[in-house]
Design a protein around this ligand. Structure first.
Ligand code: ADP
Length: 218
């Protein structure tokens, strides 16, 4: 069933990489009339269209660094004009962005996904690939017929550097460091809602309940 927002609600989705943020974001867009704004998608579109912004950010994004607050904020200020019921994804990333956003639009709810880091690391490190074809296996959901080997070619599978548990845990630690400033900020504003769990479907049921509660107040 598609729900519609009774009145204007702007929300932010916060969640660690690999923790199901993409899935929850899809559910929210499916069930509520959110306009999804992902700064990552917007920046990638600039790179694809070879705009001046695209040229400026290409190298930074490739190296995994953060694009400047000023650039991201200009882009967001332009993008939110005339829009309501926005779901921000991948933004804000820094306290400066969060503070500046406050002067651009009202934020009614910040949805923080709290999936244990070990769960994320275990899941990601269960992912093995057949590099030549790009076929991906997961030892949880779609294991290869023979452990360690591709179903079609019988060639050995490998693990991406990024998917190794120690690399994943390191990335999650960094995410936590930058995000804690945001959760503190939104906590002090009284709009932070945290959802703990390991399964997106279960977490989403809790989110719906809170969001509907929030909507009833309007
Ligand atoms: P992911 O980290 O999941 O790959 P995104 O698609 O959100 O994510 O972002 C990709 C890249 O775009 C980031 O690594 C960063 O370089 C840039 N970026 C996206 N959003 C922001 C932001 N709010 N502030 C600064 N840089 C950003």
């Amino acid at each position: 069933m598609r729900r519609t927002l009774a009145s204007k609600v702007n929300a932010i989705l916060l969640g660690a990489p690999g923790g199901g943020k993409g899935t929850i974001s899809k559910y929210l867009q499916r069930d509520y009339a959110f306009t999804h704004l992902s700064t990552g998608d917007m920046l990638r579109a600039h790179i694809r269209d070879e705009t001046s912004i695209g040229k400026e950010v290409k190298g930074i994004m490739a190296s995994g660094g953060l694009v400047s607050d000023a650039l991201v904020l200009d882009m967001i200020a332009e993008e939110v004009k005339g829009k309501k019921n926005i779901l921000f994804d991948g933004f804000p990333r820094t306290l400066e962005q969060a503070k500046a956003l406050k002067d651009i639009v009202d934020i009614d709810m910040v949805v923080e996904l709290k999936v244990p880091h070990q769960t994320i690391a275990d899941r990601i490190s269960n992912r093995w690939v057949h590099a030549p074809s790009g076929r991906v296996y997961s030892y949880d959901f779609n294991p290869p017929k023979v452990e360690g080997f591709d179903d079609e070619t019988s060639e050995p599978l490998s693990q991406r550097e990024d998917d190794k548990p120690e690399v994943v845990l390191n990335r999650l630690g960094k995410y936590e460091e930058t995000t804690s400033a945001l959760t503190e900020f939104y906590g002090s504003l009284g709009v932070l809602r945290s959802f703990a769990g390991t399964e997106s479907k279960v977490i989403y049921a809790d989110i719906i309940e809170q969001l509907d509660e929030e909507l009833k107040k309007r």
